[in-house]
Every structure is written in structure tokens, then in C-alpha cells.
Ligand binder design. Structure first.
Ligand SMILES: Cc1ncc(COP(=O)(O)O)c(C=O)c1O
Length: 338
């Protein structure tokens, strides 16, 4: 099939650009030094491509991601880097432990109790390294680990995600702040023990040499938010749209905010002759834009490039793999939901 025969909006991955990104990261953090975060793509076929690059342990954000990865035979070491309390969700996690090694993040006595009560076997202590989200204070981490061991849980180590430092214009300041966040994590690790010290993401992967593994995810497909900091990773994914209405002043394509994660701002838009465009706004099913040069005609195709890849992937059932104009595969986005 030709890419231009796809029904739009269509989530498209350029397979060679994806492979470039996967191979580039596998050189920087080979094998177990990278625990790819599957929340960035929610696709077991893409995780299998990361597995082929030598990464056999994965980071997940939801129970559905862990369960789906285990069902796909990719469960040799799955970290749920998130706190979960609901017994039904925890039971679903516990149920895959006979086919997968499952480790869940804990940061409080309550999350330790919930994991133990559900029959989970492995935990990792989540430490707040500066991002106001989950994670205990570094000085509490040893106590949380003791509580977990007291409940018969195996404590595998610590994680501390420095999400507030991913995109910074001042690279010297970023380097200093990331080292400070790692200091906090290593102080916690000294009290917790275990083999794992897990941190990092696409914006900081190059600054980590004191942790045992990096949790990057967006590097595989990229987005315009990360592109602005300058990485060796290239934009491998876009949503193909069709111009469905046009005036002399603006044009409208069928890629709205229900096909595009918008929390990092408007996407970029390119016409097929490589021209950029001013994106005016997105509504539910439409993007209104003005090409920088020329005009857009009804029936033209456009590439809409997301500012945030993770929520964009979560809005689609399927992604199409292309090489040039040829569609060579179709991957289900099969790790959606909770
Ligand atoms: C716990 C955790 N680890 C790592 C990441 C890094 O992901 P990315 O490489 O997409 O920035 C995230 C992203 O939000 C995260 O929540």
C-alpha cells in the first residue's frame, strides 16, 4: 500500500528513522543500561524492536502496560515506575508474576502494604529528586525499604525521575542540577540497598554515568518539544492528514486535538513539498493552518508532527510503518488504558 492511500488521520512511523533512534541510544546506553519506557509508544511491537537492540528490561507507567508486555513475551524484567493502590489493579499485576518479573515502585507505608497484600514480590523505592510528583524524601527511603522487607518483599533498589530537568536552555545548569538529583538518589540508595539505581529520560540520558540504568522513552519516536534541545534523535513519527477545506487565507486538515497530544503546545505542520506552516489552532477534529509558501488545496496531504509524543500515541489504535512511500507494516497500539 502507498502511504497516501491510508485513511486519515493516520499515525505514521518512518521505520528507518525509528531504527536510527533505537541504534543511537543502544550505543549510548547498551543492554541493561537502558530500561526503555514503554509509555512513550504503548506498542509491544516497538518494544520488541527495542528488545532486538539488546534492552531486555522495560519501564512501564500503568498496570495495563505491564500486563500487555508480559502477554507479549517481553516480561523478563518489568518495572512499574508508578504507585498503585487499587487491589483489583494490583491483583492483575500479581497474576502475571508467573510469566514475568514484576517490580513496582513504592514511596509510602500505604503503597508497601498494598503491594504486599496483593501478593507482589518485588519493589523498588521511588525517591523524590526534585520533581513535585511521586517519591519519598531521600531520608525516608531506608525506612520504606525496611517496611517492605518486613513484609517479605524483595527490595531491588531505588528510582528517582528528574522530570523537571528534561528540557533546559542552560546546559551547564542542567548538568549541575542532574548531578544534584543523582546525589539525592545515591544517598537514598545507600540506605535502601539493592542492585538498581534507575533515573533519567530523553532530555538527560547523556548526563547519566552514576546510575545503573536510564528510563528514556521518547527518544524512539521523538517530538518537537524534545527536538528543540538538540539531540541525536530524529523525528520518526507524524500524523498524516488530508486538507478537507481551503480558502485563500487558510486551510483545514482532519487532524484535530483528538488525534494529537496538545499539552506541550501546537504541533508543527508540513505540506508534502516540505513547506512549513503557521498552525493557528486545533479543535476536536480539525487543524487550521496557513502554509509558509504556496497554497494548500483540498485533497492535499500534510504531516502533523506532535509536540508531545506520549499522549499522541495513546490516542490511536494503530500505527503504520513506512519506508519511503510504501506502507510495510501495521502495529497495534496495544498498551493503552490503565
Ligand atoms: C518515571 C519516568 N521515567 C522516565 C521518563 C522519561 O521519559 P522520556 O524519555 O519520554 O522523557 C518519564 C517520563 O515522563 C517518567 O515518568
Amino acid at each position: 500500500m502507498n502511504v497516501h492511500d491510508l485513511p486519515t488521520p493516520a499515525l505514521v512511523i518512518d521505520v528507518d528513522l525509528l531504527q536510527h533512534n533505537l541504534a543511537t541510544m543502544a550505543v549510548a546506553h547498551p543492554g541493561a543500561a537502558l530500561r526503555p519506557h514503554v509509555k512513550a509508544h504503548k506498542c509491544t511491537a516497538l518494544a520488541a524492536a527495542q528488545h532486538e537492540q539488546g534492552h531486555h528490561s522495560f519501564t512501564c507507567a500503568t498496570v495495563a502496560e505491564v500486563v500487555g508486555m508480559a502477554a507479549a513475551g517481553l516480561g523478563s524484567d518489568l518495572l512499574l515506575a508508578n504507585e498503585v493502590l487499587h487491589p483489583q489493579r494490583l491483583a492483575a499485576l500479581a497474576a502475571v508474576q508467573d510469566v514475568a518479573l514484576v517490580t513496582i515502585a513504592v514511596d509510602s507505608p500505604e503503597t508497601v502494604d498494598a503491594a504486599a497484600a496483593a501478593g507482589l514480590q518485588h519493589v523498588l523505592v521511588d525517591v523524590n529528586v526534585g520533581l513535585p510528583r511521586c517519591g519519598c524524601r531521600p531520608e525516608e527511603a531506608g525506612h520504606i525499604a525496611d517496611l517492605a522487607r518486613g513484609r517479605g518483599l524483595t527490595v531491588r533498589g531505588v528510582m528517582g525521575y528528574e522530570g523537571h530537568l528534561m528540557v533546559m536552555d542552560d546546559h551547564d545548569e542542567q548538568r549541575v542540577k542532574v548531578q544534584q538529583s543523582v546525589d539525592r538518589l545515591l544517598a537514598a540508595h545507600a540506605d535502601v540497598g539493592g542492585d538498581i539505581v534507575s533515573a533519567g529520560g530523553t532530555g538527560t540520558y547523556h548526563l547519566h554515568d552514576r546510575v545503573t540504568e536510564v528510563q528514556a522513552g521518547s527518544y524512539a519516536l521523538m517530538d518537537t518539544y524534545y527536538a528543540r534541545i538538540g539531540t541525536p534523535f530524529v523525528q520518526a513519527c507524524y500524523v498524516l492528514g488530508t486538507v478537507i477545506s481551503a480558502t485563500p487565507k487558510f486551510a483545514v486538515a482532519d487532524v484535530g486535538l483528538k488525534a494529537m497530544g496538545m499539552d506541550h503546545g501546537n504541533p508543527s505542520l508540513e505540506t508534502l513539498d516540505g513547506q512549513g506552516a503557521d498552525v493557528w489552532f486545533l479543535s476536536d477534529e480539525h487543524v487550521t493552518f496557513v502554509p509558509h509558501a504556496g497554497v494548500a488545496a483540498v485533497g492535499d496531504h500534510v504531516h502533523v508532527v506532535p509536540a508531545h509524543i506520549d499522549p499522541t500515541m495513546a490516542m490511536h489504535d494503530v500505527t503504520w510503518l513506512v519506508r519511503g512511500h510504501e506502507v510495510i507494516d501495521r502495529w497495534p497500539i496495544d498498551l493503552r488504558g490503565w
